[in-house]
Design a protein around this ligand. Structure first.
Ligand code: HEC
Ligand code: HEC
Length: 174
């Protein structure tokens, strides 16, 4: 079964219709989550393609407005009376990721980088007892790299995010 899926995916890659093929082959057929307006989306938006295409998008309200207009041009039938409610549903359910969530993701990744790259020569306590500003941690990471730590450029920001969030300067206790 896995084999067939893989072959189909490869085929799709080769033929260039990746999204369409993997959406029908993939095991992760997702439905549209409940919420105000969900019925409209189910009625109007899943006749030509699966819900996956919608669920995997992240757009602003403006982006969803444009996307709905585009689908209407492509043949979707959405009466004017339903349009606002549909756009409300899509913008609430599939919004652009919040900066906070992105930050949390970066910190999470930085922790893995730390565990992999920064405990090679010494224990993590040397790091954990430090309290530095973001600038201070940036300097410290550069210093460790000069001293021999291996941190790919693509991992540096995440690592610094993790260090600044976890071992930053704290306000003095009252
Ligand atoms: C008349 C057929 C049809 C209907 C109905 C339809 N779509 Fe689509 N949609 C398409 C096609 C064709 C694509 C390109 C699909 C592909 O790559 O498989 C697409 C792709 C998408 C994508 C992926 C991004 C993009 O623009 O290619 C999103 C998101 C999407 N549709 C949302 C919606 C929403 C929301 C609705 C309900 C208003 C809707 N669709 C209704 C035909 C339709
Ligand atoms: C190639 C070896 C090596 C690697 C890898 C390494 N360090 Fe160090 N680090 C050192 C040495 C040597 C010291 C000085 C140690 C001592 O005092 O015992 C040190 C000390 C430190 C200190 C104490 C303050 C200072 O500057 O002396 C901190 C904080 C620190 N390292 C953080 C890190 C972080 C974060 C990483 C991951 C990017 C890292 N280290 C990776 C070698 C390394």
């Amino acid at each position: 079964m896995r084999d067939t899926t893989l072959k189909l995916l490869l085929l799709a890659l080769v033929s260039g219709s990746i999204i369409a093929a993997s959406a029908t082959v993939g095991a992760s057929k997702q439905d549209l989550p409940d919420g105000p307006g969900a019925e409209i989306a189910r009625n109007r938006c899943t006749t030509c393609h699966e819900a996956d295409l919608i669920v995997s998008q992240r757009l602003s309200r403006q982006g969803w407005t444009r996307e709905v207009e585009k689908m209407i041009r492509w043949g979707a039938v959405v009466p004017d009376a339903e349009k606002e409610r549909l756009i409300d549903y899509l913008s609430a359910g599939f919004p652009v990721r919040k900066a906070g969530a992105q930050q949390a993701q970066s910190i999470e990744r930085g922790k893995a980088v730390f565990e992999q790259r920064c405990t090679v020569c010494h224990e993590s306590d040397l790091t954990e007892q430090q309290r530095l500003t973001r600038q201070g941690w940036t300097r410290e990471v550069e210093k460790m790299i000069r001293w021999g730590a291996v941190v790919p450029d693509s991992d540096k920001q995440a690592l610094i995010d993790y260090l600044s969030a976890g071992f930053g300067l704290r306000p003095l206790k009252k």
